[in-house]
Design a protein around this ligand. Structure first.
Ligand code: 13P
Length: 258
């Protein structure tokens, strides 16, 4: 983390877990546990139906609420979809875009680009995910792959908008596997992400962008990962479902710079 230019962010991605009632219970408990000092930003990206309960529960706290995807369209005949403007109006600050689990369900770089545009237009902060498969890592094509994913998603985004985008590096082989990337592996790709942004947008803009690592992050490995200069926080799956486990990561992010 480099606190001079960026504020750390710990974001939970609940995926398809928890009901609205469980959300209420979680947020009430988690809110009460949080340290007083606001040394990092905190977000919970919850299932769409849980957003109202999460927003209500997190009121007057430092917890921001996010969604896990949004429609690529602003409005219209798209049965089952939820627009970025609806999420914003419901009280969301963030939206995860391009998660590998959604890419595996058929989401393309083109879809993700369209979603990013509508999210930014609606005033949401996108958490743009990228990451390589185990095969791609094995083949040694991680960096060109990530470059391609970033360029495709960010095509035409001006620098003032890019500053509000959060990028999450999530190696697919580390998601839900317990096989965390080593701090060196994670830093090397996060530094590459910043280099790609620097080339396109210049140093000043690139150093303002918050870059997260995601993939089996937990209370035991968070401090080491967050000590890396280009890792500004975490996107947490499994460990974000338990308030105590998530708190451990928030604490790691809060004391790293002491
Ligand atoms: P895990 O923390 O469960 O590996 O999930 C990471 C993730 O996919 C967050 O978006």
């Amino acid at each position: 983390m480099n606190r001079k230019y960026r504020r750390p962010l710990i974001a939970g991605n609940w995926k398809m877990n928890k009901t609205p009632s469980e959300t209420r219970e979680f947020v009430t408990g988690f809110k009460a546990m949080l340290p007083k000092l606001r040394r990092c930003d905190i977000a919970l990206c919850v299932p769409a139906v849980c957003i109202p309960a999460a927003v209500k529960g997190a009121r007057d706290s430092r917890i921001a609420i996010g969604a896990q995807t949004c429609s690529a369209f602003a409005s219209g005949a798209y049965t089952g979809e939820i627009s970025a403007a609806m999420l914003k109006d419901a009280g969301c600050k963030y939206v995860i875009l391009g998660h590998s689990e959604r890419r595996a369900m058929g989401e393309t770089d083109k879809n993700i680009h369209a979603k990013l545009l509508t999210a930014l237009d609606s005033g949401l902060t996108p958490i743009l995910c990228c990451g390589e498969s185990p095969e791609q890592r094995e083949l040694g094509v991680t960096e060109p792959w990530i470059t391609m994913q970033l360029r495709a998603a960010l095509a035409g985004i001006p620098p003032e908008k890019l500053r509000t985008v959060v990028v999450a590096y999530e190696p697919i082989w580390a998601i839900g596997t317990g096989q965390t990337a080593t701090p060196d592996q994670a830093e090397s790709v996060c530094a590459h992400i910043r280099a790609v942004l620097r080339k396109q947008y210049g140093a000043k803009t690139a150093r303002a962008v918050v870059i997260l690592y995601g993939g089996s992050m937990n209370g035991n490995n968070a401090a080491q990962l967050l000590a890396q200069p280009d890792i500004d926080g975490g996107l947490i799956g499994g460990a974000s479902l338990d308030p105590q486990k998530l708190l451990c990561i928030v604490e790691a992010a809060s004391c790293e710079a002491e």
